[in-house]
Design a protein around this ligand. Structure first.
Ligand SMILES: Nc1nc2c(c(=O)[nH]1)N[C@H]1C(S)=C(S)[C@@H](COP(=O)(O)OP(=O)(O)OC[C@H]3O[C@@H](n4cnc5c(=O)[nH]c(N)nc54)[C@H](O)[C@@H]3O)O[C@H]1N2
Ligand SMILES: Nc1nc2c(c(=O)[nH]1)N[C@H]1C(S)=C(S)[C@@H](COP(=O)(O)OP(=O)(O)OC[C@H]3O[C@@H](n4cnc5c(=O)[nH]c(N)nc54)[C@H](O)[C@@H]3O)O[C@H]1N2
Ligand SMILES: [Mo]
Length: 689
């Protein structure tokens, strides 16, 4: 069996030597290695080496040659084979036999399942295809198993569009407004930063490979500061932790600018040449003296001043404005670097909507449903403003019953007896439990894909390492078969997965032959891309006061003492629900060895908040507000700051103590920018159960 020391360059290259056919189980029983990519919704998008013995994947490791993976994987993905060969993997199509939501199914054949789905979708589409909603997110980030044939299928059908904004679109839209695209530093060059502000990110848990570069910088003398209400494992390892109240970051950022201006720690030449709207921003920032910031953020004015001094005097720091050096700048998302390389219009074919709605020019477009308001929208009747009642949902790459806000509403919607629900899944998740038909999907070890990334600047290829487990099929194959049954004859529905993989990225930017050989290709981007301005905005400058947006300001949470005092009197604790380290959103919750590390659903509460409530460490508590009640275990510790509790996510509801999870408490209101969810804007009370 191979081990890390034998996975040198030679055997790996030999096994990936340009052969483009699907890898078959090796009848000789010999061990070989297949190059892959981690499919998960994580900034790191690691390059994988999968060891296959006699047709069975036995080991998943990080590619030691890939510059950001450098041979290391997180705990979750290093146990990938446990997930792929999980005894509860769905291996055949299933049809519901019990009441909605109980998860009782019987196996059926593929033909029967697909015929039933096509017949039902066709009948609904004949009345109004907008009554059909595809619901998908980033269970896999792959361009092929994500939105390729699936997107073509729903465009051709004329189904409702989905606003895929349940994650980071608020920050993403801010980046686009300011810099013109979701672009930033190369993650590698954080190793050269002298000051790193880790702002609203628990990197050790959610961005491990960035953390490696931050550690290099630390060893070279850089200062690390963590800005987070929670004392995370990342905060533990930084020099300083600024524990502000949730949702007050805008005030802190303006306060830092206030100090930079007062002390003239500014690069006037860069501001003059490469920033638009500076005069207005300067005026706005001067309204945010450290004392005002301190009151809003729940920190001290001295903390604001000290942080500004560090930021103003370190070279290069790593945040706004330090773009002259490659170790300076900012990294929130790198996904925009791939925009020019992606062939999305070819892959997803939005023009197929014209078959239903007429030519793009004068034609209507189907309505758009926001992922985060699915709870309300599934429970809505048809109306002129909303459009038709949702009659069918097809879910793939997502688990909305667990991850969408106010999940009691979501579960109630999916429990509608008149709703037709199809779920493509690996497991009987909370959402699959509500399906009429469950279709078994392949995992990353079993299919082709191509990946871009949002935390680094390499494109990656994933080759199938093993045959599909059981009767599972790739998402693409499932939608191809449905398209055939719907009578769609467009040639694009015949593209096989390798064709989709080859066409997903522009060949002149990412050479597919190199992807086949090496597994990954770096995008051609300068080391310090904005050293002399040249941001991808209309003017080439960074924009402080984007049209329609205006200047940045602190906007209080929907639910806070400041904005909703009556509510705060009843529910005085702010609750955030950041990821548990060993889960990936709601993925991996059912992997026994990972769940054993997380033990049980819990809420962290500071001893000063626990004592007056009579809550002891380890007690079962009820976390509640007007939306619902969630039972979990209390962890009394100083990871929680006074006034803020941390309900670690995202457990499956069915593993919860009362069949709920933390999203029982969150609300469906959207951000003013990016139509994003507001999971961490949530007031609650906690009591012993
Ligand atoms: N292990 C693991 N890794 C993951 C994920 C996972 O579920 N598990 N999820 C993946 C996904 S989908 C995403 S989008 C990324 C997210 O990755 P990031 O956007 O980097 O966010 P997180 O690391 O989840 O950390 C959020 C941190 O913000 C803190 N926080 C909460 N509210 C506030 C606030 O108002 N202000 C500030 N400053 N901090 C706040 C939380 O305590 C938490 O530590 O991670 C990905 N990686
Ligand atoms: N309270 C709270 N809620 C949150 C968050 C939070 O921090 N707090 N984070 C939010 C964020 S940032 C995000 S991105 C969302 C994420 O929400 P989702 O994108 O729904 O993520 P997962 O819960 O991981 O569910 C993905 C599902 O896709 C399935 N899957 C994986 N690969 C494939 C495949 O190839 N084919 C098919 N058919 N299925 C596949 C997996 O088995 C899994 O069940 O959750 C959000 N919800
Ligand atoms: Mo996310």
């Amino acid at each position: 069996m191979s081990n890390a020391s034998t996975l040198g360059a030679t055997p790996v290259r030999a096994s990936a030597s340009g052969a483009t056919h699907t890898v078959r189980a090796d009848p000789s029983g010999a061990t070989h290695t297949v190059r892959g990519a981690c499919p998960h919704d994580c900034p790191d998008t690691c390059a994988l080496l999968v060891t296959v013995e006699a047709g069975r994947a036995t080991r998943v490791q990080g590619d030691p040659e890939h510059p950001t993976t450098h041979g290391a994987l997180c705990t979750k993905v290093s146990r990938y084979t446990e997930r792929t060969y999980h005894p509860e993997r769905v291996l055949t199509p299933l049809r519901r036999v019990g009441p909605k939501g109980q998860g009782r199914f019987e196996p059926v054949g593929w033909d029967e399942a697909l015929d039933a789905i096509a017949a039902r979708l066709a009948a609904i589409a004949a009345r109004d295809p907008q009554a059909i909603l595809p619901y998908s997110y980033a269970g896999t980030m792959g361009l092929v198993q994500g939105e390729s044939i699936a997107a073509r299928f729903f465009h051709r059908l004329g189904a409702s569009l989905l606003d895929r904004t349940i994650c980071s679109s608020a920050g993403g839209d801010a980046l686009v407004a300011t810099y013109g695209a979701k672009v930033g530093m190369h993650v590698e060059f954080f190793a050269e930063s002298r000051l790193i502000l880790i702002w609203g990110s628990n990197s050790i848990a959610s961005n491990l490979h960035f953390w490696t570069f931050a550690q290099q910088a630390k060893r070279a003398g850089a200062k690390l500061v963590c800005i987070d209400p929670r004392r995370t494992e990342t905060a533990d390892k930084c020099h300083q932790h600024v524990s502000l109240l949730p949702g007050t970051d805008g005030a802190l950022a303006l306060g830092l600018m206030h100090e930079l201006i007062e002390h003239d720690w500014l690069d006037h030449d860069y501001l003059a040449r490469h920033v638009e709207g500076w005069a207005g921003l300067r005026k706005r920032a001067l309204q945010w003296a450290p004392e005002r910031v301190a009151r809003v953020c729940g920190i001290t004015a001295a903390e604001v001043r000290a942080l500004a001094r560090d930021y103003g005097t370190a070279r290069p720091p790593c945040l706004v404005g330090a773009w002259r050096e490659r170790g300076g700048g900012l990294l929130f998302s790198a996904s925009g670097w791939f925009r020019g390389a992606r062939n999305d219009a070819w892959l997803q074919r939005p023009d197929l909507l014209e078959a239903v709605y007429g030519p793009a020019a004068g034609g209507r477009r189907p309505r758009t449903i926001n992922m985060s308001t699915i709870g309300d929208d599934l429970n809505r009747e048809g109306s002129p403003g909303f459009g038709p009642k949702i009659e069918a949902v097809v879910v793939y790459n997502s688990n909305p019953v667990a991850v969408a806000p106010q999940s009691r509403r979501v579960a109630a919607g999916f429990a509608r007896e008149d709703l037709f629900t199809v779920v493509l899944e690996h497991f009987l998740t909370d959402t699959a439990d509500h399906a009429d038909i469950v279709l078994p999907a392949t995992t990353q070890l079993e299919h082709w894909d191509v990946h871009t990334a949002y935390g680094h600047t390499y494109a990656l290829l994933n080759r199938p390492a093993i045959e599909p487990v059981g009767q599972s099929r790739p998402n693409t194959a499932i939608f191809r078969a449905l398209a055939a049954r719907m009578g769609y004859t467009e040639a694009c529905f015949a593209d096989d997965d390798e064709t989709l993989a080859r066409g997903a990225l522009r060949g002149d930017v990412v050479d597919f032959e190199r992807l086949l050989q090496q597994g990954w290709v770096k995008l051609p981007i300068a080391d310090a891309p904005f050293a002399d301005g040249g941001f991808p905005t209309a003017s080439g400058k960074a924009v402080a006061d984007a049209p329609g947006l205006g200047l940045p300001d602190h906007v209080p949470n929907y639910e806070s003492r400041q904005s909703a005092p009556a509510l705060a009197a009843r529910y005085p604790l702010a609750m955030i629900s950041p990821p548990a380290r060993n889960f990936l959103n709601s993925s991996f919750v059912n992997v026994a060895s990972l769940r054993a590390i997380e033990v049980e659903p819990r809420v962290e509460i500071h001893p000063v908040d626990a004592a007056p409530r009579g809550i002891n460490d380890g007690a079962t508590v009820r976390v509640y507000n007007d939306r619902g009640s969630y039972l979990c275990k209390a962890a009394l510790n100083e990871r929680a700051r006074p006034g803020v509790v941390n309900g670690l996510g995202v457990w499956w509801r069915k593993f919860g103590l009362n069949g709920t999870n933390v999203n029982e408490l969150t609300h469906q209101r959207l951000t003013d920018l990016g139509r994003a969810p507001t999971f961490y804007d949530c007031l609650v009370e906690v009591a012993p159960a």
